[in-house]
Design a protein around this ligand. Structure first.
Ligand code: SF4
Ligand code: SF4
Ligand code: SF4
Length: 323
């Protein structure tokens, strides 16, 4: 797959269709594959990588990249295409300046799950028939591929590309996902148990802002959390109120716009399951306003910004029960 992608990218650069390519390149470590922009065939040959660790969604980079001179080629996995569609809908990317090649999705791997098995000093990782052979400073380790899958891929909602100019490989289908199972477990807790669960999780937050910065729905040019007069500008939370505040405000800001791409949880250095908060909003929207998938298209109105006479009344919260 990687060679096919490089070949096609070089062709599109050579015939002038695009002047840049956004994809991924190898980092310092075997599992450290990160988004990167390439401008020449030589750069592609030297650095371009597409492997089990290319989980990062490159859509958000296109907010800036699509405003630069010339067209850019973007390789988008199925989940990434939902983010890109949502960015089109919100006029945050210039569609005409992006040439999209849809590529197969995961499952992708999470290096933290490998390290959590006590495997350290990692030099190289190979996937041999869904068994990971991990070369380390201390010898070779093995573990099943499926035990190291990225959280967002464990509950993938779709293998279908919702936007592209061309595809490499076959397109997939929307999946019958289990993504709301854990939300349901939280709903079945008492209010106190739920509060305790979220306090335990959010108290770990170091306010690094990685979740906000990676989120394709968080593209405000001036984020409320960067306001120097707010008293909460880019700083570690000083008490539990501030810890909760950041996450509750962010969850409300992205409600109806979050595509459930899972990037927020993927990048959190404290392993806080932030996606559960956003998924609760998605589940509630589905139940209260009818099924809605942000990013599935570029024209529909989010139930949060639309009004119909059938919309539920605020009292529905009490009717559904709060305990
Ligand atoms: S990425 Fe994690 S630690 Fe950083 S601000 Fe978000 S929740 Fe907090
Ligand atoms: S809140 Fe999380 S899951 Fe939702 S769009 Fe942002 S990064 Fe993706
Ligand atoms: S937290 Fe709110 S204001 Fe800040 S970038 Fe996200 S959506 Fe915009």
């Amino acid at each position: 797959m990687q060679e096919t992608m490089i070949k096609r990218a070089k062709e599109l650069l050579a015939d002038g269709t695009v002047s840049r390519v956004i994809g991924w390149k190898k980092g310092e470590f075997a599992y450290d594959t990160t988004p990167a922009v390439f401008e020449t065939a030589e750069e592609l040959d030297r650095d371009f990588a597409f492997d089990d660790f290319t989980a990062a969604n490159v859509s958000k980079y296109l907010v800036k990249e699509s405003r630069k001179e010339g067209k850019i080629l973007a390789f988008l996995k199925p989940c990434d295409t939902y983010s890109f569609n949502q960015l089109i809908k919100e006029h945050r990317v210039i569609r005409e300046n992006v040439y999209i090649i849809g590529i197969p999705g995961g499952p992708k791997l999470d290096a933290e799950k490998i390290k959590a098995k006590g495997i350290t000093g990692i030099l190289g990782i190979k996937n041999e028939n869904y068994t990971l052979k991990i070369e380390t400073l201390y010898g070779t380790e093995t573990m099943p591929f499926y035990e190291a899958i990225c959280g967002k891929c464990e509950s993938c909602k779709s293998k279908k590309h919702v936007i592209y100019d061309e595809l490499i490989g076959e397109d997939g289908d929307i999946l019958d996902s289990n993504r709301f199972d854990t939300v349901e477990k939280l709903e079945n807790m008492t209010a106190q148990e739920r509060f305790d669960f979220w306090r335990e999780q959010l108290s770990k937050c170091i306010r690094c802002n990685a979740c906000r910065n990676v989120c394709p729905a968080c593209t405000c040019e001036k984020c409320v959390f960067d306001n120097p007069k707010s008293g909460i500008e880019n700083k570690a939370a000083s008490d539990s109120f501030e810890e909760n505040l950041f996450h509750i405000i962010r969850a409300f800001h992205v409600a109806g716009r979050c595509t459930d791409c899972g990037e927020c949880s993927r990048v959190c250095p404290q392993n806080i399951p932030l996606h559960l908060l956003n998924r609760k909003f998605i589940k509630d929207i589905n139940e209260l306003y009818g099924e809605y998938q942000a990013g599935a298209d570029t024209v529909s109105r989010s139930p949060i910004t639309d009004y119909t006479p059938d919309d539920c009344e605020p009292s529905v919260v009490h009717e559904r029960g709060v305990e």
